[in-house]
Design a protein around this ligand. Structure first.
Ligand SMILES: Cc1cc2nc3c(=O)[nH]c(=O)nc-3n(C[C@H](O)[C@H](O)[C@H](O)COP(=O)(O)O)c2cc1C
Length: 207
């Protein structure tokens, strides 16, 4: 069992992300908000460029890890890939096996090859034996009465995707994308609680 405490139903989510130039940091904070606003959840933001032993321990003890990065050149950033490579030490012992995983990304174009980044996160999670939590939202902004303010306005399924104009400041990120990221944080927190409760129930059966 991870840090979740079955007695208090508390679960911990770690958001392993590259804040990029600031836009992606806003979405990491939104995922964090969605998770912390879910009863019984602790959430921690872990910037992947600053990993010391304490930060690795946070990841090792989390019930769920949410991966996040800007999309640069059609994939996660170099900084995120360096983190993924460094996580091979965990992969070798399958240290993160059976944790939940999810992902989010942000890029300049509406599509912008963000699917590649989210797909990469899912592959990274699979290599670690983690269990992928998708976005769980129907696509928004795809009907005559739809609007860019719809949740999941960009229509992704594998994770939360955001678009920020390349000449905009991080203060100007799209509110619908922030709400979509918050939704992901909430969804991961809810599933982490379900898994923790299920494990506790199974453990009590075999006692
Ligand atoms: C090196 C580099 C590569 C980029 N590659 C892409 C890309 O593949 N697709 C895209 O839509 N935007 C791309 N962009 C635009 C960024 O994804 C966009 O500006 C994003 O909001 C940056 O987020 P950040 O402020 O968190 O770094 C790229 C930007 C840079 C600097």
């Amino acid at each position: 069992m991870n840090v979740s405490d079955a007695a208090t139903n508390s679960v911990r989510i770690a958001i392993a992300h590259d804040p990029g130039g600031g836009h992606t940091a806003r979405f990491a904070e939104a995922v964090h908000l969605g998770a912390t606003n879910t009863a019984g959840t602790e959430s921690v933001l872990v910037p992947v460029a600053e990993l010391g032993s304490a930060e690795w321990a946070l990841l090792d003890s989390a019930d769920a890890i949410v991966f996040g990065s800007p999309t640069y050149m059609g994939s996660a950033s170099a900084s995120f890939h360096a983190f993924a490579q460094a996580s091979a030490s965990r992969w070798l012992r399958q240290r993160w096996r059976d944790k939940l995983a999810a992902g989010f990304t942000n890029s300049g174009s509406k599509a912008g090859d963000k699917s590649s980044t989210l797909g990469y996160f899912a592959t990274l999670a699979a290599q670690h034996g983690m269990v992928w939590v998708n976005l769980g939202l129907l696509p928004g902004w795809n009907r005559s009465r739809g609007s860019e303010n719809d949740l999941n306005r960009l229509g992704f399924h594998n994770g939360a995707a955001a678009q920020s104009d390349v000449d905009s400041s991080p203060d100007a990120v799209h509110p619908a994308d922030l709400r979509t990221a918050e939704h992901l944080g909430r969804r991961v927190a809810e599933y982490a609680a379900v898994v923790a409760a299920g494990r506790a129930a199974l453990a009590s059966l075999v006692r």
